[in-house]
Design a protein around this ligand. Structure first.
Ligand code: SF4
Length: 117
């Protein structure tokens, strides 16, 4: 039996899931074993999501500023050429005008981003 959980709560993902598919605008942008994803997030959207999790922990005695993902989610009815995260991505390049393919990084981890092609 398998159970599929759809959530924005990464704590629930860490507790409950064996495998994670991170989606942006309805497309899988990263797929991995849960441990691999949390240890080594590859896609800029996944990295930004993990940085935007609120934490009460201090860093060097200073409260950590809550990070946000710049920009807004594009209108889902708009057809976007290339990578759908490019308007919000800090690593966007010219090649991101073309849609990247989901590529296998290792046995348990795939990512859809030109940074890894
Ligand atoms: S393909 Fe380009 S725009 Fe899309 S996530 Fe990767 S670097 Fe950013």
């Amino acid at each position: 039996m398998a159970v599929m959980i759809i959530t924005h709560n990464l704590g629930v993902v860490a507790e409950m899931a064996d495998k994670v598919a991170v989606m942006y605008l309805g497309k899988v942008v990263e797929y991995a074993d849960t441990l691999s994803l949390f240890d080594n997030p590859l896609h800029p959207y996944t990295q930004a999501l993990l940085k935007s999790v609120p934490s009460l922990a201090m860093q060097g005695g200073v409260k950590r500023k809550l990070e946000t993902i710049r920009g807004m989610i594009p209108d889902p009815y708009t057809i976007i050429k290339g990578c759908s995260f490019k308007s919000r991505c800090p690593s966007a390049m010219d090649v991101c005008e073309e849609e990247p393919q989901l590529i296998q990084i290792d046995k348990t981890h795939s990512v859809k981003c030109w940074l890894y092609n």
